[in-house]
Every structure is written in structure tokens, then in C-alpha cells.
Design a protein around this ligand. Structure first.
Ligand SMILES: CC/C=C\C/C=C\C/C=C\CCCCCCCC(=O)SCCNC(=O)CCNC(=O)[C@H](O)C(C)(C)COP(=O)(O)OP(=O)(O)OC[C@H]1O[C@@H](n2cnc3c(N)ncnc32)[C@H](O)[C@@H]1OP(=O)(O)O
Length: 230
């Protein structure tokens, strides 16, 4: 398993800016096309590609939607969020412009490789996740903090589908270690809403659904537009 992961990573020896789909600066207009990280790349295993294809098929009737995923939030989304929730005294424009989504900040194939699909009717978010070699905790297995991250991101996107929300509580039961470079399915579902509180359940399972690696519950709170975060 580790060997095949390393083989795929050798295909990534091309600098990021030269890879197809990477962020390109077009010199004439300085227009920047952000890369969508929720699409296959050479580091994706056969398992991840197969599952991706299966979910793309489910998208054809409109019941599921693939979520595009970027390193940086779209400018307008970021502006709206800051204007509504952040005290301007605590904003550092330079830092904000350089900041990246944590789960997308590692090199392709070595960190979090994932794509998410959302079913609006079922209020369900599915994340197909392959944890790379730089996410190691116990030798050969994915670090518990990395597992918590992918759960937070998946439950978080499930919550954000209801409105801008932040994690207030995350409870995780680690039941079996997740082998590095393997593919797992993270499924989260909105189970209950009480006012601004969103209760979300989550499982991390093997592709064949025979192994339950991790189970979690999360509480997200929809942000109150009358309260600043800082
Ligand atoms: C945020 C997204 C922004 C933009 C989206 C754009 C693009 C998306 C792209 C990528 C996103 C990727 C997904 C990322 C997901 C990651 C999410 C995070 O990791 S967030 C970071 C960790 N969380 C925090 O730092 C939050 C820190 N806490 C707070 O800021 C506040 O506590 C809060 C959560 C904002 C809540 O404060 P409020 O003043 O708004 O609420 P309260 O009046 O205190 O409480 C309301 C209600 O909720 C109950 N409650 C609050 N906290 C808890 C808790 N820990 N446990 C249980 N219950 C809690 C409280 O008792 C109240 O209940 P009620 O009285 O019954 O109404």
C-alpha cells in the first residue's frame, strides 16, 4: 500500500505551477483561475478514482452535487464573512490574502486528498478521503488529528449548507486505525436542528462498508449576525 502511494507521488515531480489545472497567472490580464482540488490528480489511487466515478454518476440526476474545493476562499465569500462577523480592528489584510484552507495546504498527494458530494434532500455530505504519507501518526496509520480534521471539514460543510456556522463541539470515537494512503468514506448527516444549533453525526468507513474506523458527533452553531466573533 505504501509503495503504490510512493509510486503515484513520483508522478508529481512536476512543479505545481506547471501542472494542468494549477493556478495560472495570465500575464495579459493577471487573471487568476483557482484550481479546483476536488478533482482527480495523479496521486489518487484506483479506489479513489472508482468511487469518484460512482458518485459522479449519482450526480447525473441532480440528487447529489460535487463540491468544488479551493485553497483560498472565493474573494466575495471571504469579504461577506469578514464584513458580517469580524471586527475590522482584528483584520490583517496581508495575512488574510495569504491564508489557505488548512486541509488543502499540503502538497498534492502527501496530505489530504478528498472530494465531497452533497445530497440536499437527505442533508448528507459524503467525503471520499485518501490520507497521504505526511499525515502519519502511529507508523503506517493516519494521525488522529488528521482524522479529526477531515471529520471537522466534512461535518462543517454539512453545517455550512444550512448557513455560516462554526464548530462548538466535536466528539470522536477512534475504533480502528486508518492505514496511510488507503481510501475511506466519511459520511456526515444533519440529525437535528435547535435554533442556531446544528447536530451532525459522522462515520468513517472502509469503501466496502465492512469496517467502521471512526464515529463522531458534532455541534455547529450558526453564527449570529448581530455578534462579532472577535
Ligand atoms: C466559518 C465558515 C466561513 C466561511 C465559509 C466559506 C467557505 C467555506 C470553505 C471551507 C470551509 C471548510 C469547513 C471548515 C469547517 C471547520 C469549522 C471549524 O473548525 S471552526 C473552528 C473551531 N471553532 C471555533 O473556533 C468556535 C469558537 N466558539 C465560538 O466562537 C462561539 O462559541 C460560537 C460557536 C460562535 C457560539 O457562540 P455564540 O455566541 O454565537 O453562541 P452562544 O449564544 O454562546 O450559544 C448558542 C447556543 O449554542 C449552545 N452552545 C454553544 N457552545 C456550545 C458547546 N460548546 N456545547 C454545547 N452547547 C453549546 C449555547 O448553550 C446556546 O444554546 P441555547 O441557549 O439552547 O440557544
Amino acid at each position: 500500500m505504501l509503495r503504490s502511494c510512493a509510486t503515484r507521488l513520483r508522478a508529481l515531480a512536476v512543479p505545481p505551477a506547471r501542472r494542468p489545472g494549477a493556478v495560472w497567472r495570465l500575464f495579459s490580464s493577471e487573471k487568476v483561475i483557482p484550481k479546483d482540488y476536488g478533482l482527480p490528480n495523479p496521486s489518487w489511487s484506483k479506489d479513489l478514482r472508482l468511487l469518484f466515478d460512482q458518485f459522479m454518476k449519482k450526480c447525473e440526476d441532480g440528487s447529489w452535487k460535487r463540491l468544488p474545493s479551493y485553497r483560498q476562499n472565493p474573494t466575495q465569500t471571504l469579504k461577506d464573512f469578514q464584513t458580517r462577523f469580524v471586527d475590522p480592528r482584528f483584520m490583517n489584510e496581508e495575512q488574510v490574502s495569504k491564508a489557505q484552507q488548512f486541509s488543502r495546504s499540503l502538497e498534492e498527494g502527501l496530505g489530504f486528498e478528498y472530494v465531497m458530494f452533497y445530497n440536499k434532500v437527505e442533508k448528507k455530505m459524503v467525503c471520499l478521503f485518501q490520507g497521504g504519507l505526511h499525515l502519519q501518526g502511529v507508523p503506517g496509520f493516519v494521525h488522529g488529528g488528521a482524522i479529526a480534521t477531515i471529520i471537522d471539514v466534512t461535518t462543517g460543510m454539512c453545517a455550512i449548507a444550512e448557513g455560516i456556522a462554526m464548530t462548538a463541539n466535536l466528539n470522536i470515537d477512534y475504533k480502528k486505525p486508518i492505514p496511510l494512503c488507503s481510501v475511506v468514506v466519511v459520511t456526515s448527516q444533519l440529525s437535528k436542528t435547535e435554533g442556531r444549533k446544528l447536530f451532525i453525526s459522522c462515520t468513517v468507513q472502509s469503501v466496502d462498508e465492512k469496517t467502521l474506523y471512526t464515529q463522531a458527533t458534532a455541534l455547529f452553531i450558526k453564527l449570529d449576525p448581530d455578534k462579532r466573533l472577535t
